[in-house]
Ligand binder design. Structure first.
Ligand code: GLP
Length: 254
C-alpha cells in the first residue's frame, strides 16, 4: 500500500519530499533521481536548496518534454529543469537527461529508455498529477505498460499549461513522455499533490480502480509509493483518517 502523508500545505510537503531525497543521496551520492516539472515540485526544490547537499554525482531523468518548441524556449522542460533544478541545486548538467524528439517517433523513446537502463534505473521518481489524472504526460487511455513515446495532449492539459504561454494556441499539441511502464520501473515513487484542483485526480489515483482511463491509478501497482498531499488535495480521500493514523503510528519512525 502507498504511504499517504497529509501535510498542512505545499511548503511542508516540499520539506517532506526533500527529506526523502536527502536521505537517498546521503546513502548513495550517485543516486538516480526522476524529476518532474509543473508547479507542484517547486517547494521540493526550494526545500532542498538550504540543505546544500552535494548533488554533483547524482544523475537525473525528467519525465517528459514538449515537441515543437525551439531549443532554449524558456517553457521547454529542458529549460525549466535547468533553471529550477540543475542550476539551483548545483547538479552536473551532463548527468541530467530530458527526453527529446529526434524526428523519428519509433526511436526517440527507445533511446531514452536505453539511457535510463544504462544509468541503472531511477531510484526515486518525483511525480505531480494533472487534472486529467496524467502523470508525466500520460493522458487517459495510456497503456499501463507503456514506455517512453510520443503522445498528444488533451485540451484540459493544454488549457492548464496555457498559463505559461501567451495563449492556448501556443501550447504544443505533442509531447514525448516516459510511459506508465517506465515510471513503474523506478524503485520508489513520490507523488505530490497540492490544492483542491487535484483532489479528484488524487482520490482516483490512490483509491479508484486501476485503469488506463485514470493513469495516476497505476501507482497502485508499485510496491513503494509515498503520496504527499496537502489538506485540500486530500479532501476527497475516503480513508484520509486511516492514512493519518497510519502515518502517526508508522513503523521505523525516523
Ligand atoms: C504537467 C506535467 C506533469 C505535471 C502536471 C501537473 O503538464 N507534464 O508532469 O505533474 O502537468 O502540473 P502542475 O504541477 O503545474 O499542476
Amino acid at each position: 500500500m502507498a504511504e499517504v502523508i497529509i501535510v498542512p500545505d505545499a511548503t511542508e510537503g516540499g520539506r517532506v519530499a526533500a527529506g526523502l531525497i536527502a536521505a537517498l543521496v546521503q546513502a548513495n551520492p550517485r543516486a538516480v533521481l526522476g524529476l518532474a516539472t509543473g508547479s507542484t515540485p517547486l517547494t521540493t526544490w526550494e526545500a532542498l536548496e538550504p540543505l546544500a547537499l552535494d548533488l554533483t554525482e547524482v544523475a537525473a531523468f525528467a519525465l517528459d518534454e514538449y515537441i515543437g518548441l525551439p531549443v532554449g524556449h524558456p517553457e521547454s522542460y529542458r529549460s525549466v529543469i535547468t533553471r529550477e533544478v540543475v542550476e539551483r541545486l548545483g547538479m552536473t548538467p551532463e548527468l541530467v537527461h530530458v527526453p527529446s524528439y529526434d524526428g523519428d517517433p519509433e526511436t526517440a523513446g527507445e533511446k531514452y529508455e536505453a539511457a535510463i537502463r544504462a544509468a541503472g534505473g531511477v531510484d526515486l521518481q518525483i511525480l505531480g498529477i494533472g487534472r486529467t489524472g496524467h502523470i508525466g504526460f500520460n493522458e487517459p487511455g495510456s497503456s499501463l505498460a507503456s514506455l517512453t513515446r510520443v503522445k498528444a495532449l488533451t485540451r484540459m492539459t493544454r488549457e492548464d499549461n496555457a498559463r505559461f504561454f501567451p495563449s492556448i494556441d501556443d501550447v504544443p499539441v505533442h509531447c514525448i513522455t516516459q510511459g506508465l511502464g517506465t515510471i513503474l520501473r523506478a524503485r520508489r515513487l513520490v507523488l505530490l499533490a497540492f490544492g483542491s484542483s487535484k483532489a479528484s485526480a488524487l482520490a482516483k489515483s490512490v483509491e479508484g480502480p486501476v485503469s488506463s482511463g485514470h493513469p495516476g491509478s497505476v501507482i497502485q501497482l508499485h510496491p513503494d509509493v509515498v503520496v504527499i498531499a496537502d489538506e485540500a488535495a486530500a479532501s476527497e480521500l475516503e480513508h484520509a483518517e486511516y492514512y493519518r493514523f497510519a502515518w502517526e503510528n508508522h513503523f521505523n519512525v525516523g
